[in-house]
Design a protein around this ligand. Structure first.
Ligand code: SF4
Length: 429
């Protein structure tokens, strides 16, 4: 007898005749046919009615079919895209869509998955169900992610580190998120674990659990208070700003520091952007949090204002005006002065020091820009025209490919175009 509920990654089991429909880590689905007779499926239990020795072989066969189905036929319930399950021995350094990123600071960006529940009209990575450029999502196995994080943390020095959950999608959709935060917290003993979120998947229960697991801060995106404007910016009619504000208040009453991160889209949400700042200041006066960041021995800032920029593979809102940072910071300074006149001290122009960010040992670069190497792409890419190869313990994104399928598992000569921060981009030559 096989009990599929014993496998942590299988979070739900359904069946239709001989077809098994497995929910993997809450957000993914794989379907497979069980080609054996004498098999009964009831809930998560699979019974093989045969001689015990033969039954054992059939059970092994079913488990192999499940593994194969997860490896080749996993889909996201959220984005509807194909999902590539990343496990050992695939390296986790080299790509921006999944794994780990270190940029010579005491921060390690942790990207356990990609894929987003929203479709923001300004999304710099063209995420969400209606993406025009993304063809695959990735999910990194928890044990693999933790093991590789630990190695990287040891390399960088395990003092005063920040593990920052962000990425091409909504970080809180990672499952099991609480286990991930707990493990990272226990590695970063005198450091912190922080997370970005659009707030939609957050619930009171999840916040309680994340608080217990040691999450230090949530950077919550709020870009408008007006319901219509908020829905328009999120690209979803079912986006409910009142739910996000309620969650903001709940976080504010917890031991997780709340940082509200409004994004200015000049000529689109100028007024709403200011209203979000006012809202956050008022909330902070009403509910004073006193969560101390051990990297600075101070409270973190309550606002992390951002300016919308245009990216090559991102979305550009039609009416948006492009501003430079000088203009943006000057606007923020004006707001700071306005508050000061009212006797309120609010810091809007921030520097890495405000969060305890400082320089830290970098991983060595393993390829030079311009270097020509032979690689064998083994994984399909994140966007159209891209495949992934593994070489010298790094992932390499090979872009500008024609007929990606034909390149997989064949030797290709490529030239390295980028190596900054150990993110490797190459193209075939
Ligand atoms: S929440 Fe972030 S990742 Fe998701 S669509 Fe909006 S901008 Fe993109």
């Amino acid at each position: 007898m096989l009990d599929l509920s014993k496998f942590r990654m299988i979070t739900d089991v359904k069946s239709k005749g001989n077809k098994l429909i497995l929910e993997i880590n809450k957000n993914y689905i794989t379907e497979l046919e069980i080609p054996y007779e004498n098999v009964e499926i009831e809930g998560s239990i699979i019974k093989v009615n045969d001689h015990p020795r033969k039954a054992k072989n059939i059970e092994m066969g079913i488990l192999n079919l499940i593994s194969y189905s997860i490896a080749t036929n996993l889909r996201s319930k959220i984005t509807k895209r194909r999902v590539i399950y990343i496990s050992e021995p695939t390296p986790l350094i080299g790509h921006t869509a999944f794994g780990l990123i270190e940029r010579g600071r005491n921060i390690i960006q942790v990207r356990g998955h990609c894929g987003c529940n929203l479709n923001c009209i300004f999304c710099s990575v063209d995420e969400g169900e209606y993406s025009k450029t993304r063809k695959n999502d990735y999910y990194v196995d928890l044990d693999h992610l933790i093991k590789e994080y630990k190695k990287l943390a040891e390399y960088k020095g395990r003092v005063k580190l920040e593990a920052h959950l962000d990425g091409q999608g909504e970080p809180s959709l990672y499952y099991p998120l609480v286990d991930l935060v707990q493990e990272l917290s226990s590695i970063n003993k005198d450091g912190i674990v922080t997370m970005q979120s659009n707030g939609v998947p957050l619930t009171y229960k999840l916040i309680d659990e994340l608080e217990e697991a040691g999450l230090h801060r949530i950077n919550l995106s709020i870009n408008a208070l007006d319901e219509k404007m908020a829905k328009m910016l999120a690209g979803r009619k079912d986006y409910k700003i009142e739910k996000i504000l309620d969650i903001a208040e709940y976080i504010k009453n917890s031991k997780i520091h709340l940082l509200v991160a409004p994004l200015l889209l000049p000529n689109i949400n100028d007024e709403e952007f200011k209203k979000v700042i006012d809202y956050t200041v008022e909330l902070d006066q009403r509910i004073k949090q006193n969560v101390i960041n051990p990297l600075t021995n101070k409270r973190d800032p309550i606002l992390g204002c951002q300016l919308c920029k245009i990216y090559q593979l991102g979305r550009k809102p039609k009416k948006m005006k492009v501003w430079d940072f000088e203009k943006f910071y000057s606007l923020l300074r004006t707001y700071e002065l306005e508050y000061k006149k009212k006797g309120i001290d609010v810091k809007l122009v921030l520097s890495p020091k405000d969060f305890g960010t400082h320089r830290r040992k970098r991983l060595p670069y393993v390829f030079k820009v311009g270097e020509v190497i032979k690689v064998k792409p083994i994984l399909d890419g994140r966007v159209y025209g891209e495949v992934l190869a593994i070489e010298r313990d790094r992932i390499i994104q090979i872009i500008n490919c024609k007929n990606e399928d034909k390149l997989l598992n064949r030797e290709v000569k490529v030239k390295i175009l980028r190596n900054k921060d150990n993110i490797y981009v190459a193209e075939p030559i």
